[in-house]
Design a binder for this molecule. Structure first.
Ligand SMILES: Cc1cc2nc3c(=O)[nH]c(=O)nc-3n(C[C@H](O)[C@H](O)[C@H](O)COP(=O)(O)OP(=O)(O)OC[C@H]3O[C@@H](n4cnc5c(N)ncnc54)[C@H](O)[C@@H]3O)c2cc1C
Length: 376
């Protein structure tokens, strides 16, 4: 599509910032509309596989991402009760070469900062909450809660699990609470001095699990996230502060290495875990969905953010390669649905990296060299 195409991105999360950066790099006019008044530092880390490193490389921020985060030496799976090592996926230089990029753990705010740094000044319009989306004769018309109305040739709904753009395309449908709550904590590693801790470990229990990793190469900040059954929560329950006791009582008979780590956690927060059923309708008219707006997955494969970033690569390629929004969206959807469908299924099973298995198809994927199938 030609470079005068006016592209509106709704939402300045990982998905929206990545697609905006890639489209601007290709010369498109892009505006990002974000409901929040500003960004703030959310207390959480994120795991990014090698496929996302290739997108960061294209944006020119791969080195910055590695410097701000950590390349863990391995992803280790351990049994909660016995501490037995079930799997160890080593990330040495050979594996990095195989996958075509590193595996990185990073603070979410650092990733955000890097993505924002690639945008032209003035790209992000804060305090713009999308209220309405209508198809006019030659353009889509966006209405915001601050009274502003804007026309765009393409509207990219990157507005997360409660997406307003999704509602316009698919109708109102609340996210699904999966019956588990996420316990998260970010704290200085000094609190856990002397506790045996590898760079990145997933502890597997029968109906719950816990992920613990460092977020910087200095190993000075730990992130711990657990998924624990709870009937008291629902999709509408807002996030809330938690306590160390929430962690300890969720893993009462854990291996001593895990208990010692949980005794050190601090700065705890709780949020319900939600996802959406697979739905392969991702666009209508001039509007298209990406990231959690489109395919919110359970965070059990640590892949929702990676899928959003890969979406950005394929969507930006499809927009550049096709001559109408319809053709671009058809191409994007045809190239994304099978892979995202696999990730949705594996995330729901919660089986990824528990035991040794093939990981090349996931980490080795390159959304820039993968052939873009032009759907009929
Ligand atoms: C506990 C947990 C752990 C996770 N761990 C990982 C991990 O390790 N690795 C990984 O890859 N993924 C992980 N994920 C998934 C990952 O966080 C998400 O898939 C990813 O953040 C989705 O990004 P997004 O940009 O699509 O949505 P969001 O990050 O939700 O961004 C949406 C943006 O849109 C804005 N917005 C919403 N509505 C409107 C509106 N009407 N108008 C304007 N703006 C609007 C919001 O304010 C927000 O800024 C995890 C998720 C959870 C819950």
């Amino acid at each position: 599509m030609d470079q005068n195409t006016r592209i509106a991105v709704i939402g300045a999360g990982i998905a929206g910032l990545t697609v905006a950066g890639l489209l601007q790099q290709q010369g498109y006019q892009v505006r990002v509309y974000e409901q929040a008044a500003r960004f703030w530092r959310i207390g959480a880390g994120i795991i990014l596989g090698a496929s996302t490193a290739k997108v960061m490389r294209r944006l020119g921020i791969e080195d910055g991402m590695v410097r701000a985060g950590i390349k863990p030496d391995a992803f280790v799976s351990r049994d909660v009760a016995s501490g037995r090592i079930l799997n160890e996926l080593v990330f040495d230089a050979a594996r990095e070469a195989d996958f075509g990029g590193p595996f990185v753990n990073i603070h979410r705010a650092d990733l955000h900062r890097l993505l924002v740094s690639r945008l032209k000044p003035g790209t992000i319009h804060f305090d713009h909450r999308l209220d309405g989306l209508d198809e006019g004769p030659g353009a889509a018309v966006l209405s915001f809660d601050n009274g502003e109305r804007v026309e765009a040739d393409i509207v990219i709904g990157a507005d997360g699990i409660h997406s307003r753009v999704r509602e316009a395309i698919l109708g109102r449908e609340p996210p699904r609470y999966i019956g588990k709550v996420a316990l998260r904590a970010v704290f200085p590693s000094a609190r856990a001095a002397g506790v045996p801790m590898r760079d990145c470990t997933k502890w597997w229990g029968a109906d719950r699990h816990l992920l613990a990793y460092f977020m910087t190469d200095r190993r000075d900040e730990c992130y711990v996230m657990a998924a624990v059954p709870s009937e008291e929560w629902g999709a509408d329950t807002p996030p809330a502060p938690g306590t160390r006791e929430d962690f300890l009582s969720a893993f009462p008979n854990a291996h001593p290495d895990l208990t010692a780590l949980l005794e050190a956690v601090d700065n705890v927060s709780l949020l319900p875990i939600c996802d959406r059923e697979r739905n392969d309708v991702w666009s209508a008219g001039r509007a298209v969905l990406m990231g959690d707006a489109c395919h919110a997955v359970r965070p059990f494969m640590a892949a929702g953010g990676s899928m959003a970033i890969e979406d950005a690569a394929i969507l930006s390629r499809a927009i550049a390669a096709c001559d109408s929004p319809e053709a671009a969206f058809r191409t994007y959807v045809a190239n994304r649905v099978p892979r995202v469908g696999d990730v949705q299924r594996i995330s729901a099973e919660n089986s990824w990296l528990k035991l040794p298995g093939d990981t090349g198809w996931f980490f080795g994927y390159d959304p820039f060299t993968d052939t873009l199938d032009h759907a009929a």
